[in-house]
Design a binder for this molecule. Structure first.
Ligand code: FE2
Length: 448
């Protein structure tokens, strides 16, 4: 038995094993790219460490990728083997991993919340619950979690920046921009390399239309990102979003090629089809296409990878993005195969399956129809699920591209009432009027 850096009891062979475990969690909280090395140190110190194996399983699940599932399940088996004799909290973590690996992330969140009720300093449970709630489209749960936990923390406790970063993003996604920015800026003052907090503030600037400030925010913090993981790409994507709004589309393409979809960058080569990178790339190419930009052959590598991921439905929000690539390259047959595989997946148990079947299938089918020019069909497919899409997860800034698919289809099909519906919808849930947003301004002018 030992104690982790926040005073929680950990069942491990040595203090060195606990220290290595703390180091691995610190890497997770700070979005470091060297997690494999940190995990190797954990197992070198204690190969029979139940929480070490559980953490390995969590990291495998965080890939949101079918081919990582066997690693998660192997880690789960090892965790169960070594957990007898460990604490109830550690048992609960292994149970949470089991639920997640079985396609029930909502049940995993329930377990993490139970852990936090007794152990509010369990920053691993907190951070995982925040993240999985995000990918279930539950900002209210993210906010409730922060509010329940933060009062038990002090600034001096290691990992406090993770609380601030999550406080920032949970408030931002709930529409409380002032509180969000305050927490995010405080976190950055303490650690300028804090990627999650940098990201939360970037969202505030996106939602409140502070484009120049947002561009400067990313430029000023980027020198601190050495050793960070792919979240860096997403921050550059946010900068590109500001440039879209400014109409500097050449700059967007440059950022695409050099900052968030540089196929030669080591981070990209290490994980060439990571869900967040794919979302960044596809959503930006779709936007550029709407603005008449020739994006060359940039869709092709995404479409090639989409074909290899057909049937992999672990990231529901990524599915329409994969479909954008298939549609943009005219791969209708592959698109239909992908839809068929999604319907097969939806027959399985768990919330992942039902979300894919109920929401990702019609949205992805609409994306395909939009790309193939069948716009009225795209509108008909998407209209019934417009109010449900948030359950696929992703931020307001990311969900926006799906709303643009609907608006684009409605305009091209001449379905004025549907175009108006979308404009009213985005006007109601975004702090900026459609006339101040490039993806909607033209439509707003046409229908005025
Ligand atoms: Fe974001």
């Amino acid at each position: 038995m030992g104690q982790d850096i926040r005073g929680l009891t950990v069942t491990a062979a040595s203090d060195a094993a606990v220290a290595a475990f703390d180091h691995a969690i610190e890497g997770y909280l700070r979005y470091r790219a060297d997690i494999p090395a940190r995990m190797a140190a954990v197992f070198a110190a204690d190969p029979y460490f139940a929480m070490g194996h559980c953490l390995k399983g969590y990291f495998a699940m965080l890939a949101f990728k079918d081919t990582a599932l066997p690693m998660a399940q192997e880690a789960l088996r090892a965790a169960w083997r070594f957990v007898p004799g460990a604490t109830p909290r550690e048992h609960a973590h292994v149970a949470a991993l089991e639920s997640w690996a079985n396609g029930e992330p909502d049940r995993a969140v329930e377990v993490w919340n139970q852990i936090l009720a007794d152990h509010p300093h369990d920053v691993l449970a907190f951070r995982l619950a925040h993240f999985v709630n995000f990918w279930l489209g539950r900002p209210e749960a993210m906010l409730a979690s922060v509010l329940a936990v933060e009062k038990h923390w002090s600034e001096a406790m290691p990992g406090y920046n993770a609380i601030l970063g999550c406080r920032c993003f949970a408030h931002e996604e709930s529409g409380y921009y002032t509180e969000a920015e305050h927490a995010g800026r405080e976190a950055i003052r303490r650690d300028p390399g804090d990627l999650w907090s940098a990201h939360g503030v970037a969202h505030v600037m996106e939602m409140t239309g502070r484009r120049g400030e947002g561009i400067a925010w990313v430029d000023a913090l980027a020198p601190h990102w050495e050793g960070g993981n792919n979240l860096q790409h997403h921050l550059w994507w946010h900068q590109a979003m500001y440039f879209v709004e400014r109409g500097d589309l050449d700059r967007v393409l440059t950022l695409y090629d050099t900052r968030f979809r540089d196929l030669n960058a080591p981070l990209t080569q290490g994980t060439p089809d990571l869900y967040i990178d794919v979302q960044n790339a596809a959503s930006m190419l779709f936007r550029l296409g709407r603005h008449g930009v020739d994006v060359g052959d940039r869709w092709v590598e995404l479409a090639d990878k989409a074909e290899t991921r057909i049937g992999d439905c672990l990231s529901g929000f990524t599915l329409p993005h994969w479909m954008m690539a298939l549609a943009a390259t005219g791969r209708a047959e592959a698109g239909r195969r992908m839809l068929s595989a999604m319907r097969d997946f939806a027959q399985g148990p768990g919330i992942n399956a039902s979300l894919v079947g109920d929401i990702a299938v019609p949205v992805s089918e609409a994306v395909l129809a939009n790309g193939l020019g069948d716009h009225a069909r795209a509108v008909a497919l998407m209209r019934p699920v417009l109010g449900e899409m948030y359950q696929l997860g992703g931020s307001h800034a990311q969900q926006d591209v799906l709303e643009q698919v609907f608006l684009d289809s409605a305009l091209k099909a001449g379905l004025e009432a549907d175009a108006r519906l979308m404009l009213e919808r985005v006007a109601g849930c975004h702090p900026l009027p459609p006339t101040r947003r490039r993806g909607y301004a033209m439509a707003a002018g046409l229908l005025d």
